[in-house]
Design a protein around this ligand. Sequence first.
Ligand SMILES: C[S@@+](CC[C@H](N)C(=O)[O-])C[C@H]1O[C@@H](n2cnc3c(N)ncnc32)[C@H](O)[C@@H]1O
Length: 394
Amino acid sequence: MATLQAIVSEKIIAAGGAITFADYMSEVLYHPTLGYYNRMDMTIGERGDFYTSPMVHPIFGHCVARQIRDIWKQMGSPDPFVILEMGAGTGALARDLLDEWDRLQQLKDRHDPIIGQQQANPVGKTIALRYLIVEQSPILRDKQAETTSEIARERIEWYSTLQEIHDYGSLLGVIVSNELFDALPVHRLTFENGRLQERYVTLSDLPGEDEPSFAEVTGPLSDDGLVSIFPDEMLNLMEEGDRFEVSLQWGTVIRQMAAALKEGSIITIDYGDTAPEVYWTHAKKGGIRCCYKQALVTDPYVRVGLQDLTADADFSYLQRTGEAVGFTTTWFSNQSEFLEKFGFLDKVTELQRMAFKDLRADFEMQRMLTLYLPQNGLGGLCKVLVQQKAANAE
Ligand SMILES: C[S@@+](CC[C@H](N)C(=O)[O-])C[C@H]1O[C@@H](n2cnc3c(N)ncnc32)[C@H](O)[C@@H]1O
């Protein structure tokens, strides 16, 4: 059976000697059977190559549920209501979000000690909630079914693309993703000879190697749309040798999400920042991060298909793209502030009180803080963007 390296190398030869980094990343992450997210033996989570917020502690999913409940109420408590999660990984967010949604729904006395009276179910009735998961990986779709409870599974509908949803375009609800945008294939750009150019992936002819190996060459931009992702002022500040990663799919996915909704919001949680900061952070060395067995490595051309590749998302571009299709930004901040807004610190205080006599409470609190601490942790590096379909928008 052909290896992933051999498949990529065939693609390079068929393309005349070079492919874009986005094409390379598509293959190594999403090849239908050998790509990182589609391999039979893929493992994400603490025993795998990396972990994400939903895998750290259920409080993350609980806070997302509270945010969605706020949106549901602002929309006039529609029934039925849809929560659509795109790129659901192990299914941990779906599990915790649905648990918290049901807990809030069942509050008989309409008072929540953590988040207050106004959050509880205003009418006490159970609404028809549909939970849709759009997940490209069949292996992960199976994993998500294992992670979620039987009751939750009855409400979950799985799809491999947004367009497969039978009522795509008329959904009333919220689309949420965590670490989807940083996993979308990016183009590698470089500022060389006074102009923006692109780095392509080619074959390196090192003698005596059994497997093909890869190298980069510089060439003209593969798509004119790549320049329009950068703000104008940034184009004037680029310096010789600067490197940037941008994804045309950031815009494509936001537009597809927007088109799925008749009314509602898009919640995007991801590594990244607004421009130009998101690009300056990595300008001197490029912003591709590879994860292998919980360690960060910089070479995307080793362990092909066995290590994860990511690049920070440009939240300014996501906002601009949303605005162009009738969405306004209603919230943008870092993960710490998002968690604080939805009762995170009350839970920490509760655990702090218990930690004196219960070591498990201390352990749990430490895990929770991984989600929150802003310096170089998920709390600061991950941002949360909420975009809402403006009233009367087409
Ligand atoms: C980095 S993982 C994050 C998983 C999960 N959201 C979490 O936080 O643990 C990226 C996920 O997005 C999925 N994915 C990537 N591109 C996708 C696409 N175009 N459509 C649906 N799922 C996609 C991957 O298969 C994977 O489940």
